[in-house]
Write a protein that binds this ligand. Structure first.
Ligand code: ZN
Ligand code: ZN
Ligand code: ZN
Length: 276
């Protein structure tokens, strides 16, 4: 039997199942799963590799939005969230961006995963050094030209949150004037209808609201700080030219070997060999 997804955060996805999923505070109860005990443990055990599998980047390359959604929900309550997301980025970010580029819709599985890791220095470095085109331009264009919005307001908020982060990191100038004019009325309508700060912030960024522009600049600086500021707590030396880069993750820099050594105990948790 094929039925639509009934999880409260989603009205767009569908998958094969026999019983309706029951969901309490963001965690899917497992009674509806016809899988084995191992399968259930697999869903509860969020790792960089499991996220990649449910994004459709590995395994049978079939994305699973229900599993990804429940793992992202679990991850938000996981104290190791940044560690798992960092490992994911180091291993899979280029593949995830390729999967994102191959989409047409404004809201999609790679977009949700990108939104979850967009605050990390790995993502900031990817945008600065590896991104072939502006992801911000792409996301804005998809949202501007979409004939309909996602049915679920939660998805609209998530989409706006992602665009807002991209606008901060890549600048509002990366959005074409045509897309901007098409997007503004949509954002104003969603803002009226749902009154969520993620939508308001996105709208104000596109309107070049001075106060919001300053806040966005702060976010960009924060996201990129580990790329251009000595990672030793309290050092504060900056400027990309004379700083040593961590050769493993390439997302941390230090003014000298001593500060790099002293920072290692705290840095090592999120330092993973980056494939880009
Ligand atoms: Zn769903
Ligand atoms: Zn230093
Ligand atoms: Zn490192």
């Amino acid at each position: 039997m094929i039925a639509a997804c009934l999880c409260p955060h989603c009205t767009c996805c569908s998958w094969v199942r026999t019983d309706p999923p029951l969901r309490t505070s963001g965690i899917i109860t497992m009674s509806w799963m016809s899988g084995t005990q191992a399968g259930m443990q697999g869903l509860l055990n969020v790792t960089a590799d499991s996220l990649a599998e449910y994004c459709g980047l590995t395994g049978d390359h079939q994305a699973n939005s229900v599993f990804l959604e429940s793992q992202l929900g679990l991850l938000q309550r996981n104290p190791s969230q940044s560690v798992i997301n960092s490992e994911f980025c180091a291993k899979y970010l280029p593949a995830l961006v390729d999967a994102y580029d191959a989409q047409d819709a404004a809201f999609n599985i790679p977009m949700r995963m990108l939104n979850a890791v967009a605050y990390l220095p790995y993502f900031a470095r990817f945008l600065l050094t590896t991104a072939k085109t502006s992801i911000c331009k792409t996301q804005a264009h998809r949202m501007a030209t979409a004939s309909s919005a996602p049915a679920d307001p939660v998805h609209i908020v998530e989409m706006c949150q992602f665009l807002s982060t991209l606008l901060a990191l890549q600048g509002t100038n990366s959005v074409s004037e045509e897309d901007k004019q098409a997007l503004l009325p949509k954002l104003r309508e969603w803002n009226r209808k749902y009154q969520k700060q993620q939508i308001t912030r996105c709208l104000k960024q596109l309107e070049d609201d001075p106060e919001t522009t300053i806040l966005a600049g702060g976010l960009k600086q924060h996201c990129e700080s580990s790329l251009n500021e000595c990672g030793f707590d309290g050092c504060g030396k900056s400027g990309t030219s004379k700083l040593l880069q961590c050769s493993r993750c390439k997302t941390a820099v230090y003014c000298d070997r001593d500060h790099q050594k002293k920072s290692w105990p705290s840095h090592k948790a999120t330092c993973f060999p980056a494939v880009f």
